[in-house]
Design a protein around this ligand. Structure first.
Ligand code: ZN
Length: 193
């Protein structure tokens, strides 16, 4: 599973689907070995938006050119292995008004619990990205991100986590049409993440 932040979405009227096309080749790399990914096929992904509308995305699935693993590319408003849009889950984590959130209480508790488990990983990766420019025992970078980008901090964290293999390893958590060119059928030899 690879979370991407640069993409375009095309509505396919005849099929009532939204086709997701990655637009940044540098994001299309294998989280397992770092090699480039090549588009293999597409799969449907259902998402419940903040507006309450169910949509079906057609997300690309890519094959790693080196280790041959398959990875699904997910736009960053989709949380891996979650039905709800990222902004809905973020609102719950942030303690926002939940009146518009149709999820059950047990689901809300699980999202909060999962965030508490995810936070140390995100903090570590954010510090790694900052390298030596940030003091080791300084204030939380994740807290800073949440404060500076209150409406979309989760969408900033998801690609970072997926790029470092967080989601496949923990079950929390798709090649790019335009980025990699046309669809290239490749013989399937391994499972996908
Ligand atoms: Zn690989």
């Amino acid at each position: 599973m690879v979370s991407i932040s640069r993409y375009k979405i095309i509505f396919k009227c005849s099929e009532h689907l939204f086709l997701v096309i990655a637009t940044c080749p540098s994001e299309c790399v294998c989280p397992s070995c770092g090699a480039p990914l090549c588009c293999h096929d597409h799969r449907e992904r259902h998402v419940l938006l903040k507006s309450g509308i169910h949509v079906t995305l057609l997300v690309p699935r890519c094959r790693c050119l080196q280790c041959r693993r398959l990875h699904t590319l997910l736009p960053d408003f989709v949380v891996p292995y979650k039905h709800y849009e990222a902004s809905v889950i973020q609102g719950v984590v942030d303690g926002k008004d939940l009146s518009a959130c149709p999820a059950e209480d047990s689901t809300l508790r699980r999202w909060r619990s999962e965030f508490r488990r995810m936070a140390p990983y995100a903090e570590t990766l954010l510090r790694k990205v900052q390298d030596a420019a940030y003091p080791l025992f300084g204030a939380s970078l994740l807290a800073f991100l949440r404060q500076k980008f209150p409406r979309r901090w989760m969408r900033s964290v998801l690609p970072l986590l997926s790029a470092h293999g967080f989601f496949p390893a923990t079950r929390f958590a798709c090649c790019a049409g335009s980025a990699c060119g046309t669809l290239v059928p490749i013989e399937e030899r391994s499972g996908s993440t």
